[in-house]
Design a protein around this ligand. Structure first.
Ligand SMILES: Cc1ncc(COP(=O)(O)O)c(C=O)c1O
Length: 398
């Protein structure tokens, strides 16, 4: 390996959300990675920091060229005037919701899904409409472990109040790449019922080695024209703190309305580091390829460990993201006033010092699950797994 994915980095007392929000708990929750940034990003941020002037900057053409070049490998051709800078994926989704729906309208999500999707809809006084994913607890194949109920999707699209769908592509927390055929079915139904698809592709580069995701906008233009695609280097390169993202749409009308809304919301101004860091990130493909190998090997370690040491917990088959979805249904007994996964997560925090996200956070149909972040050096991963084993042994006899 050319890059350093082994160092144990002390992130305590750095005002880190992951490490400093809670005391003495090993954090395998929020989606950031315990690795150093790629060297080119580190150099870019240091260059800026050393310069000593931290005033206004602007979105230049080079950053758009970076996005355009990167997405060529995914078969998506983009033009500069089809891209809009935004300070993050969630800020841009918030702006899209405000610009393309009214208070009281519905926004559809496919649960279990990234919990902030719920908040961004509800905080803007829109209603959440769920198209619950179908789970097959016996399936060993990522294609069938979770599938979409298309009849239900169409029913919900038919409601004239349903204006938008937030698609998670690849999907957090189930870790699934949606294939082209599925995306086409979604796109055709959305088009038929005039629903705008917002494809959140923040996890797109974090696929198993040799696998590629399919951009929603790479579908036939007639199908995908009524859509936005949210992209960012922040998950891929662990630079969420630098707040850089972009929204892509070929649809001029959608583009102009969103451009205006991002300006109204003041989400269109980059900070001093974000533009150069984004350009540096998209020059760091060899670092990313090593990272993907590490993440895949971590996933295999978890799978083997669970099978050997904690057979009550099943790793749901996945092919993307560093967030593993753990089926704990076999441990679910008795009453749980606040939800089984909340109880189990709290128990593990208290008794084993391990913090995993409770599945119910991602929707009620996620309550049999915990989500585990495995983007860390192997040594820490094993520590986390041993803590999980100890915690589950205690849970079984409680
Ligand atoms: C699916 C998804 N979208 C968006 C975000 C957050 O994006 P941002 O920090 O750019 O707002 C995350 C973070 O984990 C995520 O998983």
């Amino acid at each position: 390996m050319k890059y350093n994915f082994d160092s144990i980095i002390d992130r305590k007392n750095t005002n880190s959300l992951k490490w400093d929000l809670f005391d003495d708990e090993y954090p395998m929750w929020v989606a950031d990675m315990d690795f150093y940034a790629a060297p080119l990003i580190y150099e870019s941020v240091n260059r800026k920091a050393k310069h000593g002037v931290y005033a206004y900057s602007f979105v230049n053409d080079d950053v758009y060229d970076s996005y355009i070049n990167w997405w060529k490998k995914y078969g998506l051709g983009m033009q500069k005037d089809e891209l809009l800078f935004a300070t993050g994926v969630m800020p841009s989704i918030a702006s899209i919701i405000r610009a393309f729906s009214d208070v009281g309208d519905n926004v559809l999500i496919q649960t279990p899904v990234y919990h902030v999707f719920f908040y961004v809809i509800l905080d803007n006084d829109r209603d959440v409409v769920e198209n619950q994913l179908i789970y097959d607890s016996k399936s060993e194949d990522v294609k069938t472990a979770y599938t979409i109920d298309f009849d239900d999707l169409e029913e919900k699209f038919k409601d004239p109040k349903t204006k938008l769908m937030l698609l998670c592509n690849p999907h957090n927390p189930i870790g699934k790449i949606w294939d082209g055929e599925i995306l086409e079915k979604i796109a055709a139904l959305a088009k038929k019922h005039n629903v705008i698809v917002v494809s959140d592709e923040i996890h797109c580069d974090l696929t198993d080695p040799n696998l590629k995701y399919v951009p929603f906008a790479s579908l036939d233009e007639k199908l995908s024209n009524n859509s936005f695609t949210c992209i960012s280097p922040s998950k891929t390169f662990n630079i969420a703190g630098l707040q850089s993202s972009a929204v892509f749409t070929r649809n001029k009308e959608l583009y102009e309305r969103l451009e205006r809304q991002l300006a109204i919301d003041y989400f269109n101004h980059p900070n001093i580091f974000s533009i150069d860091a984004t350009i540096a990130a998209y020059k760091s493909e060899d670092w990313l390829n090593e990272l993907r190998e590490i993440l895949f090997s971590n996933k295999m370690i978890v799978d083997e460990f669970l099978k050997a040491e904690i057979p009550e917990i099943r790793l749901v088959p996945a092919n993307a993201t560093y967030l593993l979805w753990l089926d704990c249904s076999q441990l679910n007994r008795g009453d749980h006033e606040d939800g089984f996964s909340n109880d189990l997560s709290e128990f593990l925090r208290e008794k084993a010092g391990l913090f995993l996200s409770p599945g119910v956070q991602f929707g009620e149909n996620g309550d049999d699950f915990l989500r585990m972040n495995i983007a860390c050096p192997q040594e820490l991963l094993l520590e986390g797994l041993n803590a999980l084993k100890i915690g589950i042994e205690k849970y079984k006899i409680k």
